[in-house]
Ligand binder design. Sequence first.
Ligand code: ADP
Ligand code: MG
Length: 142
Amino acid sequence: MAVERTLAIIKPDAVENNHIGAIIKRIEEAGFSIRTLKLVQLSKKEAEGFYAVHRGRPFFEELTAFMSSGPCIPLVLEKENAVASWRHVIGATNPAEADEGTIRKDFAESLGRNAVHGSDSVENGEIEAHYFFPEHEIVANS
Ligand code: ADP
Ligand code: MG
């Protein structure tokens, strides 16, 4: 299997609820290499840009208001099969439907405030990583 990158975000609800450490522990235990991370607060416009694919959906306003409501932590994760693997670790979008032991099952508040983000394809993983980090800030594999 190919080594891939994916973009994770510890969302504002999880930062506010003091779950940063627990979520990073899950990332490490699942065997991901953290290539870079930072704490940022998105502007409304930046949140709209990140989620541009969802513009026009009924939840777009709620989603972008939430994502710009407080600090969040984007991280670039690397591993074999990272995109699918991270989505497996985080669980279904709606925590009510997420499997036992997934991050969203354990830490999400609701469908909207669901603790973490994960890219949905290798291509989007690269695009999303570069939404937050220029290539030179992504630490090389060693
Ligand atoms: P995922 O984050 O699992 O890839 P989507 O890409 O479908 O899910 O949606 C992006 C984010 O928008 C979700 O993680 C969630 O925070 C929010 N969201 C999705 N659907 C809804 C909804 N029906 N109501 C409120 N928020 C939603
Ligand atoms: Mg998505």
